[in-house]
Design a protein around this ligand. Structure first.
Ligand code: SF4
Ligand code: SF4
Length: 194
């Protein structure tokens, strides 16, 4: 049943899949460019947000959807919502970016340049899941093991210890079991999702 769903979704246009997941219609975009003009990361992106909308709209050309899915843009998006606030059509672009990240992960089409961003995300979530809140030292070690950037920013460490931003041991947080249950429930819901 699950594999049937996968076959069905693989043949479904990406814009429709995003609409199904988020209720947000990329088709309503009329390319005014206000989102891209306000996006703080647009200069770093391979496609600014308005172009991602356009790539999704061209559903009769699957190669364009593929470009959106494999873009670096979707991983650079900060979910700052400036684009959403500026859009005259009130298109919730951050939600679309989020759905595209899910799709890229599910279809194993993550842009290779996003490797470190993903390593950081995973280290962050693992830290919260294990200790109940962010334990910076644990996250740094986890990130370095995942990314292999062992020497990156090493000179910052002594200063951060001095000003009390880094601790050797995690803080004990009440309700860690509850948090563990939230993580488990979220993962279960994710597995059930088509
Ligand atoms: S939410 Fe993402 S796409 Fe929109 S302005 Fe912020 S960084 Fe740019
Ligand atoms: S601001 Fe809205 S309508 Fe204008 S290009 Fe961006 S998504 Fe499209």
């Amino acid at each position: 049943m699950r594999s049937d769903n996968h076959v069905q979704h693989a043949s479904q246009a990406l814009a429709d899949r995003v609409l199904e997941r988020t209720g947000v219609e990329a088709d309503r975009c009329y390319q005014c460019g206000k989102c891209s003009a306000g996006c703080p990361l647009a200069a770093e992106m391979d496609f600014p947000p308005s172009q991602i909308m356009h790539l999704l709209q061209l559903r009769e050309f699957p190669e364009f959807s593929e470009m959106a899915l494999r873009s670096h843009t979707i991983w650079l998006c900060l979910t700052c919502e400036i684009c959403y606030a500026r859009c005259p059509m009130e298109i919730d672009i951050p939600r679309i970016m989020d759905a595209l990240r899910h799709e890229a992960l599910a279809r194993n089409k993550v842009n290779p340049k996003a490797k470190d961003i993903l390593a950081f995300h995973r280290a962050f979530l693992d830290s919260v899941r294990t200790t109940g809140r962010l334990f910076e030292m644990g996250q740094i070690i986890d990130y370095k093991l995942r990314s292999r950037h062992f020497l990156q920013d090493m000179l910052q460490a002594p200063w951060m210890f001095l000003v009390g931003k880094l601790h050797l041991l995690p803080e004990r947080v009440r309700g860690r079991r509850l948090l563990g249950r939230i993580f488990a429930r979220t993962l279960k819901a994710k597995e059930k999702r088509p």
